[in-house]
Design a binder for this molecule. Structure first.
Ligand SMILES: [Zn+2]
Length: 284
């Protein structure tokens, strides 16, 4: 398949994907998917991402550093009204994640009373609890739980639709805390574009966007280290965020999420103020 040429689909209908000639040619399936979906958005709505300035948005918040910092960023940059959503999904670290969510949302609500709506929590096993032990450790370490982020953002779209119905809002933007370079395929830019396409097709409404303020950052997407530097400038209490996925109160420092966070602090040239129990085994 060659990018920029006419594509013939199995249904027998021909479509011309009019991609700019400067776009790269590639055999990488992820890159092809990204180019194709972004081309569809350009043809249907003339933009890939719309800045939701002063709009109402749903922010999917895990209690981790990125989503917590992301709330501050979208309020400061775009003066949005945030509807924060926390999903109780039976994670090992859930009570610590939820404590971080509660702490920061209380703080943001006090500092930005006109920009933060009442935080919402919903319970949904993602993946269902009875299946968790059947995923191989190798799979989970390589890919995370199958389709996890797609399931989470699907719930966020459902929440937005209920808000639109109940409060007469017109929410079409779902934000996550995804950063450039996140480790799992379902946390990538192309995965966000795929989720956006699915949301648009689901309602025949091409104004939906499921994305992250960090991947849409101009001129370059923000890596986790960039987010840490920005949070440091804003004096955000990142020691109150919860990244470790273990069931220990003290972060183990050894799970993939801890290692990614520690590496990002190192890249930023800063010391992570979170306490780590570096003698613990990997309990994730
Ligand atoms: Zn950890």
């Amino acid at each position: 398949m060659k990018i920029g040429s006419e594509q013939t689909f199995k249904q027998g209908k021909s479509y011309a994907l009019e991609l700019p000639t400067c776009w790269p040619t590639t055999n990488d399936a992820s890159e092809l998917t990204l180019l194709a979906i972004e081309s569809i958005f350009m043809q249907t709505r003339h933009q890939v991402f719309r800045i939701p300035e002063r709009e109402h948005i749903v922010f999917l918040v895990s209690g981790g550093l990125d989503s917590i910092v992301g709330i501050e960023k979208v309020i400061r940059d775009w003066d949005v009204t945030v509807y924060p959503l926390f999903i109780r999904r039976h994670a090992k670290a859930e009570k610590y994640e939820e404590a971080a969510f509660d702490y920061f949302l209380k703080s943001y609500s006090e500092r930005y009373p006109n920009n933060v709506a009442r935080p919402a929590k919903v319970t949904s096993g993602i993946p269902p609890y009875q299946w968790k032990s059947h995923f191989s450790r190798d799979w989970v370490q390589r890919f995370g739980y199958p389709m996890r982020d797609f399931a989470l953002v699907s719930l966020a779209v459902q929440y937005a639709v209920t808000l639109n119905s109940k409060l007469n809002t017109e929410i079409r933007t779902i934000f996550t805390g995804t950063t450039d370079g996140d480790v799992f395929p379902h946390s990538s830019l192309v995965a966000l574009r795929v989720a956006t396409l699915a949301a648009c097709l689901d309602s025949s409404d091409w104004s939906w966007q499921i994305t992250s303020p960090f991947v849409e950052s101009v001129p370059e997407p923000m890596r986790k280290s960039d987010v840490i530097l920005w949070a440091n400038e804003q004096n955000i209490a990142v020691e109150r965020t919860r990244t470790c996925v273990s069931d220990s109160e003290i972060a183990d420092g050894t799970c993939l999420e801890c290692r990614h966070r520690l590496a990002a602090f190192g890249e930023a040239g800063l010391t992570d103020p979170v306490e780590y129990n570096l003698g613990a085994s990997n309990a994730c």
